[in-house]
Write a protein that binds this ligand. Structure first.
Ligand SMILES: Nc1ncnc2c1ncn2[C@@H]1O[C@H](COP(=O)(O)OP(=O)(O)OP(=O)(O)O)[C@@H](O)[C@H]1O
Length: 255
């Protein structure tokens, strides 16, 4: 068995006649914080959509733990296999408390719903408490979600994904709209999560990527441009030429 959690092999995605992803392959190892970067329209969100089953490729495969070709599974089955997704826009229930949002997240999981029949309510509450504490929200569990800051709502959503106990978490621009302090804290939280899970983040904020990435994959026009450490990406002439261009100076200057 390989050390890869996920192997993406030669996927191609078409929307009507437009090819959004082409001949794309990569392997994702466990317990790392991987950032997907690239210009607008590069195919980053579509790649997350393929992994979580929202979009089906016309060819290629996405293999989880050397065993499950996710292309053949439905979205809810992929959740059951341990892949969690947080979309870009916050979608917490504003009128409900932080605690109630967590309880709903647990009940929405069919996998956990089955488990809960045999699982004691006490354990469910412990899971919720642990994840809220991890995301620094435990003290706010009785507050309505609408009273949270934008950053706290994003953390609540991440806690809701974590409560489903995924092995692989997919996040789309989690720090968009956050303050500097919230962004820094989110990076630390994601680092912490990546000590026990694999975290894949689509991101445009290069300072954030530089500060926290274990590995970076660059996409361009639906293809893999390159993949490596932050330093390797920064020094790659093709990335500088095709993607970063004039932003190179800023990228080196940041941090
Ligand atoms: N449902 C769809 N139907 C048609 N075209 C789509 C659809 N979803 C995405 N696309 C197109 O596929 C390409 C890749 O889109 P995608 O959202 O994956 O890019 P991205 O790298 O995430 O971009 P951004 O950084 O702007 O979010 C774009 O040209 C987009 O317009």
């Amino acid at each position: 068995m390989s050390a890869d959690v996920l192997q993406i092999n030669s996927i191609k995605v078409e929307f009507e006649r437009f090819i959004a992803i082409q001949d794309f392959s990569m392997a994702i190892q466990s317990r790392q914080l991987l950032f997907l970067i690239g210009p607008n329209g590069a195919g980053k969100t579509t790649l997350l959509d393929v992994i979580c089953g929202k979009v089906k490729p016309v060819s290629g495969e996405v293999v989880l733990n050397d065993t499950y070709n996710l292309v053949k599974y439905k979205e809810h089955q992929i959740v059951e296999l341990g892949i969690g997704r947080k979309f870009q826009a916050p979608s917490v229930f504003e009128q409900l408390t932080v605690q109630e949002n967590m309880e709903i997240a647990l009940k929405q999981s069919r996998r956990l719903w089955r488990l809960l029949r045999t699982r004691r309510a006490k354990e469910e509450q412990e899971t919720i408490a642990d994840r809220l504490a991890q995301m620094s929200l435990y003290e706010k569990k009785q507050q309505q979600a609408k009273a949270l800051s934008h950053g706290e709502k994003q953390w609540l959503e991440i806690a809701m994904v974590l409560a489903l106990e995924p092995h692989l978490i997919l996040l789309d621009e989690p720090v968009a709209g956050m303050s500097k302090g919230e962004t820094e804290k989110t990076g630390q939280l994601l680092k912490d999560i990546a000590t026990e899970k694999t975290v894949v983040v689509v991101e445009h904020d290069m300072h954030f990527v530089r500060s926290f990435a274990d590995r970076v994959t660059v996409m361009h026009e639906g293809r893999m441009l390159c993949d490596g450490s932050v330093e390797e990406i920064q020094n790659n002439p093709i990335v500088q030429q095709v993607y970063l261009g004039q932003r190179r100076e800023r990228m080196h200057a940041a941090g």
